[in-house]
Design a binder for this molecule. Structure first.
Ligand code: SF4
Length: 412
């Protein structure tokens, strides 16, 4: 692994390891990746082999668990690709000519641990399971969809997918914490209640989220309707009453036009990365922060997707009651179309369309959530640059982190 940067005052700096050197291995083991690095970073005694100017130097490290090794690597991780052909795969529903990175179908257990990505366990080898267990890689986020093997194979488009319950049982027995998800595809996995019950001994939580269809979907899947959403919400709330750790994605409540559950009913918000409880959490953070503020001033425009519009309108009226003038603009997803509604899939072009005919010149700030942009870059999913969108709407754009505290700070 090529070392890009050394953190000041770290173990690596003390050892005179330099950017440009190479991490070769730990404890005599070569072929290491960022998971090995993470594991050894939290160990106290080990040997770290570094290639410096063509020589391999073995450093005997003795440090505290908390002490940072201080290595940063070039971002050239070979991500493990998925072997499935899910009928509902969002990547296959991309508009033509989207950038290459939007075609990457990752199914990498390492990214599940690091970033909470959902994986299917269909591409894991024996050695991967050994590694997960020996390093205690936890929690893992697993796309189950159905505990019935034939139904799961159909949804994954993969007849080689092995029965998932014995695998989860084995991981659970070794102390690996698992959060499961079911993507609800009407008429296909109507067995979700049974699946949640069967999963419960082995997983910490199960979330059910609706499939998303763009206007480019070709698989003839049935869209999730209001009535279907009402039924899913009722079924899950009944399971919760019976003590199951099952949660509905916020989208079901919006589609069902039902009030979201209380903040408390999301427990530890363990499925937040799956959009489960994000509205309640955002609202709570915002309210707590707003309670500390006597007065607000200024004019602000918040741009969001269809899904978060009501949340943002509620936030706007709370700010307006404290003296600010906040308006909300809904940017519909014209780029993806279909029933795509989340802010993270709003593009630069969608923002320009939504702002057409609206005079933003009097606004102090025009605010968008960070999720609309590529990570670490000011570029939207349609490859428009932030600066191009600013030019088109005639106003600078403020990019806010997706939390209530950050949003309020932009209005103070
Ligand atoms: S597992 Fe399914 S949904 Fe995920 S990337 Fe692969 S094909 Fe797409």
């Amino acid at each position: 692994m090529n070392i890009l940067h050394i953190t000041p005052n770290s173990v690596a700096e003390e050892l005179d390891i330099k950017a440009g050197d190479k991490l070769i291995g730990f404890d005599g083991k070569d072929k290491v990746d960022f998971i090995d690095y993470q594991y050894y970073s939290s160990q106290e005694e080990f040997v770290m082999s570094i290639q410096q100017d063509g020589d391999i130097v073995d450093f005997e490290i003795v440090k505290s668990v908390e002490e940072d090794l201080g290595l940063e690597f070039e971002d050239n991780i070979a991500i493990k690709q998925c072997r499935n052909k899910c009928a509902f795969c969002f990547i296959d529903q991309n508009p033509p000519n989207v950038r290459k990175s939007l075609h990457i179908k990752d199914d990498d257990y390492r990214m599940s641990v690091v970033s909470g990505n959902f994986i299917t366990l269909t591409n894991l080898k024996e050695e991967d399971y050994t590694r997960i267990i020996s390093y205690g890689l936890s929690p893992l986020y697993v796309s189950v969809h159905s505990t019935d093997t034939a139904t799961r194979q159909k949804l994954l488009g993969n007849l080689k997918a092995k029965p998932v319950l014995p695998i989860l049982e084995m991981l659970h027995a070794h102390g690996i914490v698992i959060h499961a998800q079911i993507v609800y595809c009407p008429t296909i996995n109507e067995d979700y209640v049974k699946s949640i019950k069967e999963l419960s001994p082995f997983v910490k939580s199960t979330a059910i989220v609706p499939l998303g269809l763009t206007k480019y979907s070709k698989n003839g899947l049935v869209p999730v309707t209001k009535d279907m959403s009402i039924k899913v919400v009722q079924d899950i709330e009944e399971l919760q009453k019976q003590g199951y750790k099952a949660y509905c994605g916020d989208e079901f409540y919006f589609k069902a036009e039902l009030e979201l559950p209380d903040y408390e009913s999301y427990d530890d918000f363990e499925q937040i990365s799956n959009g489960v409880g994000i509205v309640r959490q955002f609202d709570r953070e915002f309210d707590e922060q707003l309670a500390e503020v006597d007065k607000l001033k200024g004019k602000y425009t918040i741009i969001t997707g269809t899904l978060a519009t009501d949340l943002m309108k509620g936030i706007a009226s709370k700010c307006n009651a404290k003296g600010a003038t906040v308006q909300v603009i809904t940017a519909k997803s014209l780029f993806f179309g279909g029933d795509v509604s989340c802010a993270g899939l709003v593009t630069g072009g969608d923002i320009i369309s939504a702002c057409q005919g609206i005079d933003l010149s009097t606004q102090d700030k025009v605010i968008i959530p960070k999720t609309m942009l590529k990570e670490f870059e000011d570029i939207f999913l349609d490859d428009m640059l932030l600066s191009q969108v600013e030019q088109a709407i005639g106003h600078a754009i403020t990019v806010s982190a997706v939390d209530g505290v950050a949003l309020l700070e932009h209005m103070m």
